[in-house]
Ligand binder design. Structure first.
Ligand code: NAP
Length: 342
């Protein structure tokens, strides 16, 4: 159900209550006014807040925009206030803080209708899995303390496996641990590879004239524009159309290879022979290390990329419920090209 349809239905639900209260009033004007006010507040209170963690990130910012455009009450969390400010201007409550602060998360989740969670990357963590486990523990503690009942958890395709998949071993473990929560409905959004990842290696195209990662260039995997992930997340956060523990894979319009995406981007930017290079793992490791990433984080990144050949990112079934509309061509035209030309 679309967000706007949900809103319309809730107003329809609220309206008979208000009218009913008004009709029953036949006493002095003051009581009349009192009933109108309490009835209106009772119905306004039905619309609770929705919390978005990682609200300034690639996915979280788009979810927040969808929710605010739909006039939902939204509380947004990230560390840097200056990046959150634009959402305050759009009407959100902003909370600047770290996922290590359980009290802050508890306060944010309290009286919330639903919350979107992410397990943010920490490129400096000496032990990636230990960091991920600690964040998951904090989130679980805050969920239990606050009594929130609906969680949309950002996960990834490949999170069904718990080793040999780098970062996704952490999102996989987070899924399993959230599944142990009693009386909390949890929906895991297993997203495909973000098309936005190609924005992160745009510098390579500009400086070196090719695209490169450690992944096999000819292995097709699901790739998705994050605006589609955000639409799906926002729909679940508003509609609360899930009970128990569920997985919803969000897989883009079809599978693509890195080489195909490179060709699509090359054509759009006027370099039709732009080519894809599979970078040797050791070379990539040195580059990441020279950028200040921890050795363990780099190991996780490289494991995730090289394991693509095993097919672990092709586990989720593609059907109408997991396929989303934005094609790579549309993404390149609407998002990549403007960023390239800036
Ligand atoms: N990239 C992919 O292809 C892909 C595919 C599937 C799933 N995923 C999943 O997507 C998630 C990442 O989402 P994203 O790309 O939207 O993230 P992102 O762009 O890296 O943004 C991270 C967000 O979290 C905030 N944040 C970071 N560290 C924080 C901390 N310690 N405490 C509080 N807030 C913090 C950031 O703001 P501040 O820095 O201001 O705090 C920002 O708002 C990961 O869990 C990953 O597994 C990624």
């Amino acid at each position: 159900m679309a967000v706007s349809t949900w809103k319309a239905r809730n107003w329809k639900k609220a309206l008979p209550g208000i009218i009913g209260d008004l009709i029953q009033v036949s006493e002095p004007p003051l009581k009349h006014l009192y009933i109108i006010i309490t009835s209106t507040f009772k119905n306004i209170k039905m619309k609770k807040k929705i919390v978005v963690l990682g609200a300034t990130g690639t996915v979280g910012s788009k979810i927040t925009e969808v929710l605010l455009n739909e006039e939902q009450y939204v509380t947004v969390i990230a560390r840097r206030t200056e990046k959150l400010e634009k959402f305050r201007k759009m009407g959100a409550e902003i909370i600047a803080g770290d996922v290590s602060d359980v009290q802050l998360l508890t306060n944010a989740f309290s009286r919330a209708y639903s919350a979107f969670l992410i397990l943010p990357d920490n490129p400096m963590a000496e032990n990636t899995r230990a960091y991920q486990r600690q964040v998951t523990s904090n989130l679980i503690q805050a969920i239990e303390n606050s009594g929130i009942k609906h969680i949309v958890n950002m996960s990834s395709v490949g999170s069904h496996m718990h080793e040999g998949n780098g970062m996704m071993a952490g999102t996989g473990e987070q899924e399993v641990r959230l599944n142990q929560l009693k009386d909390v409905n949890v929906l895991h959004l297993r997203s495909a590879y973000f098309m936005e990842n190609f924005l992160r290696i745009m510098g390579m195209v500009k400086k070196m004239g090719f695209h490169g990662t450690v992944a096999d260039g000819d292995h097709a995997i699901p790739m998705v524009a994050t605006k589609d992930v955000a639409e799906v997340a926002a729909m679940h956060l508003v509609n609360l159309d899930f009970t128990g523990k569920r997985v919803h894979a969000v897989m883009g319009p079809r599978n693509y290879t890195y080489r195909e995406l490179t060709t699509i981007i090359g054509k759009a930017i006027g370099i039709p022979d732009l080519h894809y290079v599979q970078i040797p793992a050791e070379q990539a490791r040195q580059t990441f290390l020279s950028n200040g990433f921890s050795a363990d984080f780099v190991t996780n990144l490289i494991e995730m990329g090289t394991a693509i050949q095993s097919g672990f990112m092709n586990y989720q079934k593609r059907d109408a419920s997991t396929t989303t509309p934005t094609t790579a061509e549309a993404f390149v035209n609407d998002v990549y090209l403007p960023a390239y030309n800036r």
